[in-house]
Design a binder for this molecule. Structure first.
Ligand SMILES: [Zn+2]
Length: 273
């Protein structure tokens, strides 16, 4: 696979020593002001911020609350990130990519009609964005998300069927997060291998970290439930697809956690271009 490295502006130099072919910027809301002085040999991926001005962005927000932006405002914030991605992309090779979380959050369990309503809003929401100058990838969600110290439920974009339907309707691809999917599989008693196979033709980029139970995410290699011995041979078929490691705090100490995970992948047979 093609190796991408998660970076923030201040640690780009540190992360370049790993020789990534892709730099994946994890945006926070202050990054709309980023300016780059140099050009890079890598491709660019931007991971869109998940909140802005201390409120959660949700593409299918049913209503604005104290904690969640309205759908319209959420879409305008995502558009700003897309436009910034296009601007930064001029310093990189090829067409830039943006990864966005679809939203669909609630603090409490929602009745199924409301969940269905949000699911039905998604394709139309994406169509409201100008994505002509980027590769636009929605990412599959974990069952729960932590925002502002509270546990939120993700009500959509969890299961492979839903992901592939979205891709067929929009002709767009996705970023498939194996950690998110493993947590969902643990909750629903599904197989990550089956989910991975099902989204194969619709995925261009993968996020890797280990996962435990239905809410233990971003774990180090081997600390969770992901059967890497079965996953790595599958990933090795995807020569022209890319991946980034998303281990919690992996960027600290010059990328020590990322390096540990990366070395474990190689040790266990992963082929990196
Ligand atoms: Zn991810």
């Amino acid at each position: 696979m093609i190796f991408g490295m998660k970076v923030r502006k201040h640690d780009i130099q540190d992360m370049l020593k790993f020789n990534p072919k892709i730099l994946e910027f994890h945006f926070s809301d202050s990054d709309l002001n980023i300016k780059l002085e140099t050009n890079y040999d890598q491709q660019l991926i931007v991971h869109c911020y998940e909140y802005f001005e201390q409120k959660i962005i949700d593409m299918v927000s049913l209503e604005e609350t104290n904690q969640i932006h309205s759908q319209n405002y959420s879409l305008s914030l995502i558009q700003k990130a897309i436009d910034k991605t296009v601007e930064l992309g001029k310093h990189f090779q090829g067409k830039p990519t943006i990864i966005v979380h679809p939203g669909g959050y609630s603090l409490n369990e929602l009745p199924s009609e409301k969940i269905q309503k949000m699911k039905d809003m998604l394709v139309d929401a994406v169509k409201q964005l100008d994505i002509s100058k980027v590769n636009f990838l929605l990412e599959n969600m974990p069952p729960y998300c932590w925002f502002y110290g509270g546990r939120w439920t993700s009500n959509m974009f969890l299961e492979s069927d839903e992901l592939t339907q979205y891709c067929k309707k929009t002709n767009l691809k996705i970023c498939f997060d194996l950690c998110h999917s493993q947590m969902y599989c643990n909750k629903q008693n599904l197989s990550l291998i089956d989910e991975l196979d099902e989204v194969e033709n619709f995925t261009t980029h993968y996020h890797l970290s280990d996962a435990e139970g239905d809410e233990g995410e971003g774990l180090q290699y081997g600390e969770g439930d992901i059967p890497f011995d079965k996953i790595i041979p599958i990933l090795n078929k995807y020569k022209n697809k890319s991946f980034s490691i998303e281990v919690w705090k992996g960027h600290q100490h010059g990328g020590k956690g990322f390096k540990y995970f990366y070395d474990k992948l190689i040790e266990n047979g992963m082929i990196v271009e």
